[in-house]
Design a binder for this molecule. Structure first.
Ligand code: FES
Length: 348
């Protein structure tokens, strides 16, 4: 055998080159019999243990069925500060313990009682030999020929058609996920003249209420009345219409062309919904004007049209154009000019 591939030690002071010997195969360690192999009493004991575990598992499974009927649905179990539905907990505990005992019993059985024989298997090449490949190719060709798949085009094509539409039910059943969203993703309840209110106090906001560096969470004034009328519509509207209002020194703002009149004395308004996957953004840093989304750290520069400066979000936060009404309160000039929230496939 050639030594070409063996590691070579560097030359020593006399210029002699030493060739390293390959590490000897240590072989398999001598086999030690288990106690259950040499002591029949120990083997019997383990057999009883394993059967006991399986027997107990049987009782627990039956117990879970009894508990289903016997334990009242509304009874509560309390463990210190924790509490839970007794019916669910007892059934869960019985089935969980039963599964554990079956698993533990099987492991014990395999380790202590099943044949303890050590074997070693030579590693073989992962690919097939050329002869095997040729045989399989030949067998495949023969099978294709015998089935008439190539000759009987009508059967072949109808089978391909049937298999092709098999995935269709999965697509059709997607409808069960709920009503189609239609234009819902494009619209919020913001519209021309809707006042901007503080989302905690519901009080309309005047420009003089905000100092430079301040950021408040806000909502449209037409949101609160929805709460009384329709709870789920209210939640939907609230989730989409949430905004932040921020005041920045006008000299530090880089206004996007076309948005010159969207702010009031450095007061700007943006959607609060992150354009990555829709978490509410928060964590405003006054000095950099950056606002951070806590979910995956997307960071938006509010002084620069909320463009993304870091993170996975792919587009800026949509901006709401602001104006001031006749009583001096902040209002929307219009709704958003683009969908709020995460990007989706129809969005350009
Ligand atoms: S949802 Fe905001 S960064 Fe992912």
């Amino acid at each position: 055998m050639s030594n070409d591939n063996l590691p070579v030690k560097p030359e020593d002071a006399h210029g002699t080159v030493e060739v390293a010997e390959p590490i000897a195969d240590p072989g398999v360690e001598p086999h030690e019999p288990r106690i259950t192999d040499i002591d029949p009493k120990a083997a019997d004991r383990v057999e009883r243990q394993v059967s006991g575990m399986f027997g107990l598992a049987t009782l627990l499974v039956l117990g879970s069925c009894v508990a289903y009927f016997a334990v009242p649905r509304d009874s509560i179990l309390e463990f210190g500060p924790l509490s839970g539905n007794a019916n669910n907990m007892i059934i869960g505990l019985c089935i969980g313990l039963a599964l554990f005992l079956i698993g533990a019993g099987a492991i014990q059985w395999a380790k202590k009682l099943m044949v303890d024989e050590e074997i070693s298997e030579e590693r073989h090449a992962a690919h097939s030999s050329p002869q095997q490949i040729a045989e399989i190719t030949e067998a495949f060709k023969e099978g294709t020929e015998e089935s008439g798949f190539g000759r009987r085009k009508m059967i072949r094509n109808s089978l391909i058609g049937a298999l092709g539409v098999l995935g269709l039910p999965a697509v059709v059943l997607l409808r069960d996920l709920g009503p189609l969203p239609g234009r819902a993703l494009y619209n919020t309840i913001w519209a021309k003249g809707i006042r901007v209110v503080n989302d905690v106090t519901d009080r309309p906001i005047k420009p003089s209420d905000l100092v430079v560096g301040q950021l408040v969470n806000a909502a449209p004034a037409n949101l609160a009345p929805l709460q009384e009328e329709n709870a789920s519509e209210y939640q939907n509207a609230k989730a989409k219409a949430a905004v932040i209002v921020v005041r920045i020194k006008p000299s530090e703002i880089r206004t996007k062309p076309g948005r010159e009149n969207w702010g009031i004395d450095g007061i700007l308004c943006y959607s609060k919904i992150c354009t990555h996957v829709g978490c509410p953004i928060s964590l405003y840093e006054q000095t950099t004007h950056h606002v951070l989304c806590p979910c995956h750290q997307s960071t938006f520069d509010l002084a620069d049209s909320a463009k993304v400066v870091f993170g996975p979000a792919a587009r800026p936060l949509p901006q709401l154009p602001l104006a001031v009404d006749s009583e001096g309160y902040l209002v929307a000039q219009s709704g958003f000019h683009e969908p709020v929230g995460p990007s989706f496939f129809e969005r350009g």
